[in-house]
Each structure stands twice: as C-alpha cells, then as structure tokens.
Design a protein around this ligand. Structure first.
Ligand SMILES: [Fe+2]
Ligand SMILES: [Fe+2]
Length: 359
C-alpha cells in the first residue's frame, strides 16, 4: 500500500483521507474575489442567459434521492466485494466527495464575496448542485459507518490560493473531465449491468449532466474574456491540460481494481476519457494535447512508475526512504516537463461555445 491508497477502516481514516493534501488528492481553493467581481460576460450574453435558464429549470432537483432499494442493493453487493475492491471503492467515494465538496465551498465563497449579479447567481446554482452531489456520496459512505464531517472538513482542510484565471482553467477541466469519466462508466455499466457493484453508478448519467453544465459556465466566462485564451495564457492552458490528464492517469493506475471490476482496462478507459475531453475542450481552448503522440503515452507510463517508486520510498521511511522519494519525485517532475514540450494540436474556436452532453 502507498500513501495515495492508505487503507480506510474507520471513520477517522475516512476523515483523515479527506483532509490530507497530496499531489494527487483533491484540494480546496480560494481566489481573488475582487477580480471575480469585475468579470464581464456581455460578449456571450445570449448563450449565458440560455444557460442560466437551464440552471433555474433545475431538471435534477429530484435526482439525488435514494430510492427504496438503494440501501439493500448496496448492502447485498458490498458483501460480494473483495477487500481490495472495497478499499478502492471507499477511496473513490472519499476523494469524489472531497472534490464535490471543494466545488461547493469555492462556489459558495465566491457567491458570498461578489456583488456582480451574473457571477453571484451562477455560483449559487453551482454550489446548490455540488452540495447535492457531496451529500449523495456521503450517504453512501454513511452506509459503511464512514460519513465525512463536512463542517469540520471545511474548517480544517488547507486552502490553496489560485488567481481567477487558474481557477477557470482548472475548474473548467475538472468539470468536463468529471463528465467524461462518469459518462464513460455509465455507458459501460449500461452494457454490463452485472458489473455494477454499487447502486450509485445508476445515478451517474443525470449527475454528470450537472458537471457538464458547470463546465459550460466556465467555458462562457473564458470566451467572454478572450484575453484568457491568448498569448502567454496558452502556455498555462497547456500546463493545466497536462496536469489534469497526468494526475488522472497516475491515480487511475494506482487503483486499477475499480476499473477492472467494471470490465474497463485503466489505460483504455483513460484514453477514452482524454478523447471525450479533447472533443469538448474544442469549444474554448486554442490548443489540444496530442494524446496520440507516441511520447505522450510512453511518458504517462514513466510518470506512473516514478509515482510508484516515490510512494515505495515514502512507505520504507527513514533517511534512505525519503531520499528515494525525493529522487523519484524529481524524476517525475522532469518527465512532466518533457511532456510539456510535446507539440500540441492547434484549434480554431467555433463561433458559439455551447455544447450538449452527447456522449
Ligand atoms: Fe459535482
Ligand atoms: Fe461540478
């Protein structure tokens, strides 16, 4: 076992996992609220208003309630899970909950600290959705007696400051990749219901439509403020694309049981998700990562190896263990830097940004 998959056997373990920051775990963010307040979305007003009407219509208001069979189905299926799968599933629930709640906290904080009516209203809708998502996951953790104390998490987890533009790049991507991940899983289990080892996956389709829409919101904000998509900012976009893709790859390969139990091969799953995300990000990003470049795939594998070796060093402990961890972390950073220079694909933005979740 390594530090990214420390076992969860008690409610204290679950809460500890949620509050601890590692390079690969979801973080909490804070930002420059004054700059957020100054955002202007007039250049995309028509698309914006249509999107806000969708939020107001709230077509998922009744979705995040468990049906009568949920708890029984969860209990029955849990008794059939191997201990390894159970651990990876719990890890998945805790990290997904942390990331949903991270969105909820950030969107709420922005809402409380701005007066700009467009931004305030948007943040209120997104916080509403993320709070439902987090609560829904937490009820599944509570079935195992492992509920996360969200109030405590909000107070004690460290916050990372990100300038608004970094929030836009990172959050846009995490919403869209979140959509791609959930819909790929949903489609797989639709075809192979016998591999659905927990009822929560039945909720994924309508759930990820919320994430898709959250991503649309950030796409419109960036399209309206097009300086965010030009010049040196393009390098930041490349950086965030690579960071998000690489993090996902390493995490998914660190816990392969989860995908395998669904009949998915982790590398193939990740490349499907990259492909979907690449297609979606054409709505806003002037560049796409060349995921079919041979060096892209090879270096992802090297990155995963470095992460494994670094974790082994950490687990071994002592001066030598820490030295090993440090060396492998530097090696990982060097590979990441090399990947940054793999040529990207340039993309001409479409006239309008909005897309529908059609995968
Ligand atoms: Fe969410
Ligand atoms: Fe979201």
């Amino acid at each position: 076992m390594n530090n990214t998959t420390t076992e969860i056997n008690s409610v204290a373990d679950a809460n500890h996992k949620a509050v601890t920051n590692t390079i690969f775990s979801p973080r909490f963010y804070t930002t420059d609220f004054e700059a957020m307040d100054k955002l202007n979305i007039e250049p995309v007003r028509a698309e914006w208003d249509a999107m806000m009407a969708e939020y107001e219509g709230d077509n998922n208001h009744d979705h995040f309630q468990r049906d009568a069979t949920f708890a029984d189905e969860a209990r029955d299926l849990a008794s059939k899970m191997s201990p390894e799968l159970r651990q990876e599933f719990l890890d998945f629930l805790v990290s997904s909950l942390t990331s949903e709640f991270s969105g909820c906290v950030l969107y709420n904080e922005i809402k409380r600290n701005v007066t700009n009516p467009d931004i305030k209203q948007l943040m209120e809708y997104m916080a509403r959705d993320e709070s439902r998502h987090a609560g829904f996951i937490n009820s599944s953790l509570k079935d195992y007696g492992l509920g996360i104390d969200l109030g405590d998490l909000k107070r004690t987890k460290k916050y990372t400051f990100f300038k608004p533009k970094y929030i836009f790049y990172a959050t846009y991507l995490s919403e869209k990749i979140g959509y791609a991940r959930y819909i790929r899983i949903f489609r797989q289990l639709e075809k192979h219901p016998e591999k659905r080892f927990h009822p929560i996956f039945r909720w994924f389709q309508r759930w990820c439509n919320d994430e898709f829409r959250h991503g649309e919101s950030f796409a419109l904000i960036m399209r309206a403020n097009s300086n965010l998509l030009r010049g040196a900012n393009v390098l930041w976009i490349r950086f965030f694309l690579l960071a998000v893709y690489a993090t996902m790859y390493v995490r998914d390969h660190t816990r392969p049981e989860l995908k395998q139990a669904m009949g998915l091969e982790p590398t193939e799953y990740d490349f499907d998700v990259f492909r979907i995300t690449n297609e979606i990000t054409r709505q806003v990003f002037p560049v796409l990562l060349d995921i079919d470049h041979p060096a892209f795939r090879a270096n992802l594998d090297r990155l995963f190896t470095c992460s494994q070796r670094a974790d082994e060093g950490l687990a071994a402990g002592g001066v030598l263990g820490y030295a090993r961890k440090a060396l492998w972390s530097v090696a990982g950073a060097a590979i990441f830097a090399r990947m940054f220079f793999i040529p990207v694909i340039s993309n001409r933005l479409p006239d309008t940004a909005r897309m529908v979740p059609a995968w």
